[in-house]
Design a protein around this ligand. Sequence first.
Ligand code: X2X
Length: 338
Amino acid sequence: MAVDRRTLLTTTLAGAVFAPAILRTTKVYGAEFALKYANNSPVTHPLTIRTKEALEAITKETGGKVDIQIFPNNQLGSDTDMLSQLRSGALEFFTLSPLILSTLVPKASINGVGFAWPGYDKVWPAMDGELGAYVRAEIAKSGLVAFEKMYDNGFRQITSSTKPILAPADLDGFKIRVPPSPLWTSMFKAFGAAPLSINFSETYSALQTKVAEGQENPLAIINAAKLYEVQKYLAKTNHMWDGFWFLANGKMWAGLPKEIQTVIAKHVDAFAIKQREDIAALNATLEKELSEKGLAFNAVDNAKFREKLASAGFYKEWQEKFGPDAWALLEKYAGKVS
Ligand code: X2X
């Protein structure tokens, strides 16, 4: 059998397993499934690093049949933009905070209820268990698919350029940037703050120009996005836990061959576990690193913040909004939330 140049090139690139199918569609000529994944995270953040590795593993295992290009750091626009691109099919995959997703899937924000989680030992069993399954079913109704394992964002901390936040009263009138989500706005209103709903893509400049005095994010984001350059103080409030659902456009997903779906889901989920470990490791070292970069850390009495939310009616309002089923699942894992 004569081996022509094209065959040689193809088998070299693709390896033996998918070689026959790939003859028509090598990476050189365009993969059979050329897709896009986008996020809001800096290139040095574990979300970008690990999703990139997951996508490479997918390309490798499919012998180049599936080539998912990554667009990190809001290259395709803000979270709000990317969510509409995902819905229309202009974008195939996207990682998004469940709280921002709640603009489309209201019950998705349940994990973000203030001070619900005592720690990660309660978060992961919930999100990998019945609470996560409940939310994923809600997401499915909206025409999107959420993969099983969430990626971590983290426990959120409040930063400020104007004054340290030592007690709930310091939030009174405080101009704080929050991501676009009713739960976030509601929570900071309950603290008496003046929340500004701003996408992450605009957050650094909103802080730099002092449109907002402060913001709240986990340490890994504060570090990777260099928010310490435009903030002076960090209050260790741990007021909310947030993650990222790895989402797919539902129609596109349904159109993929079963064996391709299996390979994609396998790697997306496996690298989520590695990414969670990365965030855990960073949590152990970043207070020191960020202090050295100039952020002044202070501890707070979390119970006082929680009491303030309770007395403002925050828990009552959101318990009604989420309804008894969702709330019961939250409390099943997190303990009593009120
Ligand atoms: O927008 C934010 O603050 C971020 C990066 O934490 C989210 O994706 C929700």
